[in-house]
Design a protein around this ligand. Structure first.
Ligand code: COA
Length: 625
C-alpha cells in the first residue's frame, strides 16, 4: 500500500498504461465552464414539515425519551400554521430565487471564515500519499519537480476549461470548486477571515525549505509550463540558497487561533518587505513544502506519522513552521519518500483536491516526454521577512500553542486489508453504508450508546453546491447495533435495514432534502432579519444533535491514499476512509486530553465490526438477503 517500490518502479509501464493517462487538451474551450454551470439546477429549499418531521426522527437514537418529548413540543410550535417557521421558510424560498445558491455563502462563513479555532487539525484536512521510492534530498527534489509539473498539467485543463465534467448517480456535478483550489489563499481577519483568488494572474508557486520561502516562476516566457527538468534545477537552487536552519519559522504564525493570527497579521504587515512576501505567498498557485526530517517511529506507526506530518507538521521543532497553512493547497514532500498534501477547507471539499492529486501522481509515473528548452532561468526569488521583537513574540506564542495541539492529537492510520467495496457489493449493499454501519457498531461496542454522527454528503448536483450532513445514527442503526452482540436477537434483517436506511438518507442528502443545512438556513434568516432565535435552536437537543462524537467522511481516490482530519468535538473522533476495491484505508483521530477516546482502539473496533458483519453475511443464505 504505502510502498511503491514493489509496485511501479520495478517494472516498465505498458503502452496501455501510458495511453490510459489522459492527455491534457491544449485547445481552449472558452465559455464551456459557464455554460455547464448555467445548466445546473439551483439548490432546493426542502418543505418545512418534511424537515421538522425528519429532525425529530434523527434525534430518536441520541436523546432520552423525556428530552425528545420536549423537543417534539418545540418543533410542533415552530412548524404550526402561521408560526415563525413558515415565516422563515418564505424568506428562505425568496432568497433561493434571488441567489445562485441560497446556502453556499452562509456556509463558507459559518463553517470556515467565522470559525476561529486554528485551521490546523480543526479544519484543514491532510492527505497521505503512498510512500514513494526515494530516500534522499535528490530524490525529494526530483519527485517534487515531477509532482509540480503534474499539477501544472492539471492546471492547463482548468485554464482551458477542458476539465471533464464529473457525475454522481448519473447527474452532472458543479465544477466550481476546481476553479477555487489553485491560486487562492485564506487571509486572517480580526473577527472574520476572507479568501482571495488570483487565478487570472498567478504565474508562480511558493516553495518553503528550512522555514524559508521562495517565489518560483513556473512558466517560460512563451507561456509553456516549466518541465520537470527545469523545475528540478530551480528547486536545487532554492535548497542551496536555504541551507541555514536557525531561521525564524514565520509560517508557524498560520497555525494560531484565528483571532491571534489576525492580530499578528496586522503586526507582520506593518513592514513593507513582510507585506510583499506575504502577498507573494497569497498570490502563488500553491505552496510546495520541502520538509526536513520527522521523528523516528516504528514501522507500524509510519503511516500515522505521515498523517501527522500532513495534518500539522509535527510541532515547531519539526515541520509545522515549514508551511503556510492559509494557503489553499500545500504539497508536502519529505526526504524519506513520505509525501502528501494539506488543504485549507474554505474553498473546496476533498474530492476535487483528490482528483487533482490523482492526476499529478499519475503524471509522476509517466516517462518524461516534454522537451526541455535550453534557456537560462531566472533565480527564484527569496521572500524576506523582517522579524521585530513583537513578531518574534507572536512566533513564540504560536510555537507554544502549536506544540500543545500537536501533543494533543492522537492519530491512527490503518489499512483494513480483509476486503473492500467488493464484499458489500457482492451482497448487494452500498459499501459506504456498510462501512458507516460498521462505525456505528464499533462505537456502540466501545461506549454502549449511539452518538450523533456526521458524514459529509456532496451537494454538487446543484450550482455552487457544497455539503450537507448524512446523520448515520438512525433508529434503524440503533436497533442493529443493540442487537448485534445479543445472541437472542436475529441480526441480519436489522443489518440490512440499517444499511438501507443509511443509503436512503444519502440519497435524500445528495438531492438537497436533508435537514441540517435547511435548519441552518432558517436560523440564518432569523439572524439576518433580526428576529429572536426560535426555541428549537436554543433547545439542548439541538446542541446535542450538533455535538458530533463521530465526524466522518468518505474520500475515494484512484491513488492508494487516505485523507485525514481532526475530531470536531473535544470528546469525539474524526474518521476519514477511502474504500478501494479489496481494502479500505482509514485515518482515525481523537484528542489525548480526552480520557475516553483513543484513535487506535476505535480503529481496532472498526476492523472487528467489519469482520463480524462479513461473517454474518456469509452465514446467511443468499436468498435471505
Ligand atoms: N449493490 C451493489 N453495488 C452498490 C450498491 C448495491 N446496493 N450500492 C452502491 N453500490 C456501488 C455503487 O454503484 C458504486 O460503484 P463504483 O465503485 O463502481 O462506483 C459503489 O458501490 C460505491 O457506492 P456507495 O458505497 O453507495 O457510495 P457512493 O459512491 O454513492 O458515495 C457518498 C456515497 C455519501 C460518499 C457520496 O454520495 C458523497 O456525497 N461523496 C462526497 C463526500 C465528500 O464531499 N467528502 C469530502 C468532505 S471533505
Amino acid at each position: 500500500f504505502w510502498n511503491f517500490k514493489s509496485r511501479t518502479t520495478l517494472r516498465f509501464l505498458t503502452w496501455f498504461e501510458l495511453l490510459n493517462i489522459r492527455p491534457v487538451s491544449a485547445a481552449r474551450v472558452s465559455g464551456r465552464y459557464l455554460t455547464h454551470q448555467k445548466g445546473l439546477p439551483g439548490l432546493p429549499v426542502p418543505p418545512l414539515q418534511q424537515t421538522c418531521e425528519r429532525y425529530v426522527r434523527a434525534l430518536e437514537p441520541i436523546l432520552e425519551v423525556d428530552e425528545l418529548k420536549q423537543t417534539r413540543e418545540l418543533v410542533a410550535e415552530f412548524q404550526k400554521a402561521g408560526g415563525v417557521g413558515e415565516r422563515l421558510q418564505r424568506s428562505l424560498e425568496k432568497r433561493a430565487q434571488n441567489t445562485e445558491n441560497w446556502l453556499s455563502e452562509w456556509w463558507v462563513l459559518v463553517a470556515y471564515l467565522d470559525y476561529r479555532l486554528p485551521v490546523v487539525v480543526h479544519s484543514s484536512p491532510g492527505l497521505v500519499l503512498p510512500r514513494m521510492n526515494f530516500s534522499d534530498k535528490q530524490g525529494q527534489i526530483r519527485f517534487a519537480a515531477k509532482l509540480t509539473a503534474g499539477v501544472l498539467d492539471f492546471k492547463t485543463m482548468i485554464d482551458n476549461e477542458t476539465l471533464p465534467v464529473e457525475y454522481l448517480g448519473g447527474k452532472p456535478l458543479c465544477m466550481n470548486q476546481y476553479y477555487e483550489v489553485l491560486s487562492s489563499c485564506r487571509i486572517p481577519g480580526l473577527k472574520r477571515d476572507s479568501v482571495v483568488n488570483h487565478a487570472k494572474t498567478s504565474k508562480h508557486i511558493t516553495v518553503v525549505h528550512n522555514f524559508q520561502f521562495f517565489a518560483l516562476e513556473v512558466y517560460n516566457s512563451d507561456g509553456t509550463p516549466l518541465t520537470a527538468d527545469q523545475l528540478c534545477i530551480q528547486l536545487e537552487r532554492i535548497c542551496s540558497a536555504s541551507l541555514q536552519t536557525n531561521v525564524e519559522p514565520v509560517g508557524i504564525l498560520t497555525t494560531q487561533h484565528r483571532d491571534s493570527w489576525g492580530k499578528a497579521y496586522v503586526n507582520l504587515s506593518k513592514d513593507k518587505t513582510n507585506r510583499e512576501s506575504v502577498s507573494a505567498i497569497q498570490r502563488s498557485i500553491f505552496t510546495l513544502c520541502l520538509d526536513g526530517a520527522m521523528p523516528q517511529v516504528s514501522d507500524e506507526m509510519l503511516r500515522s506519522c505521515a498523517a501527522v506530518q500532513m495534518l500539522h507538521g509535527g510541532g515547531s521543532q519539526w515541520n509545522s513552521g515549514n508551511r503556510w497553512f492559509d494557503k489553499t493547497l500545500q504539497f508536502i514532500i519529505g526526504e524519506d519518500g513520505v509525501c502528501g498534501a494539506n488543504y485549507e477547507h474554505a474553498p473546496a471539499e476533498g474530492p476535487p483536491i483528490v482528483a487533482l492529486i490523482d492526476h499529478a501522481v499519475e503524471y509522476t509515473r509517466k516517462p518524461e516526454m516534454a522537451q526541455t528548452p535550453m534557456v537560462p532561468l531566472p533565480m527564484p526569488q527569496k521572500l524576506h521577512f523582517n522579524i521585530t521583537p513583537e513578531i518574534k513574540k507572536d512566533i513564540e506564542e504560536a510555537k507554544h500553542a502549536m506544540n500543545i495541539l500537536a501533543q494533543d492529537l492522537d492519530m491512527m492510520v490503518t489499512v483494513f486489508g480483509h476486503f473492500g467495496k467488493n464484499v458489500p457489493k457482492a451482497h448487494k449493499m452500498s459499501p459506504d453504508a456498510f462501512i458507516q454501519m460498521a462505525l456505528q457498531l464499533a462505537y456502540y461496542r466501545m461506549y454502549q450508546r449511539c452518538c450523533a454522527t456526521y458524514e459529509s454528503a456532496s451537494l454538487r448536483m446543484f450550482r455552487l453546491g457544497r455539503t450537507d450532513t448524512i446523520r448515520s445514527a438512525s433508529s434503524a442503526s440503533a436497533a442493529f447495533v443493540r442487537a448485534f452482540d445479543d445472541p437472542s436477537k436475529p441480526k441480519v434483517d436489522l443489518m440490512e435495514k440499517a444499511v438501507n436506511a443509511h443509503r436512503s438518507y444519502t440519497n435524500m442528502a445528495i438531492t438537497g432534502q436533508a435537514i441540517d443545512r435547511h435548519l441552518l438556513g432558517l436560523k440564518m434568516v432569523a439572524v439576518e432579519e433580526k428576529l429572536s432565535i426560535p426555541d428549537i435552536y436554543t433547545d439542548t437537543a439541538y446542541a446535542k444533535a450538533l455535538h458530533y462524537k463521530l465526524s466522518t467522511s468518505q474520500v475515494p481516490s484512484k491513488t492508494d491514499c487516505v485523507m485525514c482530519f481532526g475530531p470536531v468535538s473535544s470528546d469525539g473522533y474524526g474518521v476519514c476512509y477511502n474504500p478501494m476495491n479489496d481494502h479500505i484505508n482509514f485515518a482515525v483521530s481523537s484528542f489525548n486530553t480526552c480520557k475516553e477516546t483513543n484513535a487506535a482502539h476505535l480503529a481496532q473496533a472498526v476492523e472487528g465490526a467489519l469482520l463480524d458483519m462479513r461473517t454474518l453475511l456469509e452465514q446467511t443464505p443468499k436468498a435471505k438477503l
